[in-house]
Design a protein around this ligand. Structure first.
Ligand SMILES: [Fe+2]
Ligand SMILES: [Fe+2]
Length: 172
């Protein structure tokens, strides 16, 4: 096994966190669907897919390192929101939390002199910077637009999809 037992356990925990983020984003997407905001909904369905891919990256890494994959119980996501702002704030909070978790994994890799895991985690460090930044941009836009102005946010995201403007949430 190329990774320590404690690293193996910490990586399994992170698999659960990434699947958890995926489920939370599915819930947020359905909130926007119900509110008649299909582009925001699509944006979050796409985020949910990306989080699933993150989980699978961790799974493949553990397997490649000859570790033992053990997916933990996933906490149920928050099902309802009072406003678009609350839903997007939930995503920002989630991304900030995940960034701290990836930082802690990196600390452990450094402590273990585990350069293979450090190298693997570098991709996630960059990804988190981008995700926190784009999610915070989206939150500012939703706040500025207000509940009655969410169609502006829809238009902005729709334009990004056509390549006319950078999409909040980015590509990865
Ligand atoms: Fe993620
Ligand atoms: Fe994320």
């Amino acid at each position: 096994m190329l990774i320590s037992k404690s690293m193996n356990a910490a990586l399994n925990t992170q698999v659960g966190q990434e699947f958890g983020a995926s489920l939370q984003y599915v819930q947020i997407a359905t909130y926007f669907d119900r509110e008649g905001l299909p582009t925001l909904a699509q944006h979050f369905y796409k985020q949910a897919e990306e989080e699933r891919e993150h989980a699978m990256k961790f799974v493949r890494f553990i397997a490649d390192a000859a570790g033992e994959v053990a997916i933990p119980a996933i906490q149920a996501p928050q099902p309802t929101f009072q406003s678009a702002e609350e839903a997007v704030r939930k995503s920002v909070d989630w991304e900030v939390t995940v960034t701290k978790q990836i930082n802690a994994l990196m600390d452990l890799a450094i402590k273990d002199n585990d350069h293979i895991t450090r190298n693997f985690l570098n991709w996630f460090m960059e990804e988190q910077l981008e995700e926190v930044s784009s999610m915070e941009t989206l939150l500012s836009m939703v706040r500025r637009a207000g509940e009655s102005g969410l169609l502006f946010v829809e238009n902005y995201l729709a334009q990004g999809r056509k390549g006319a403007a950078p999409e909040a949430g980015g590509e990865s």
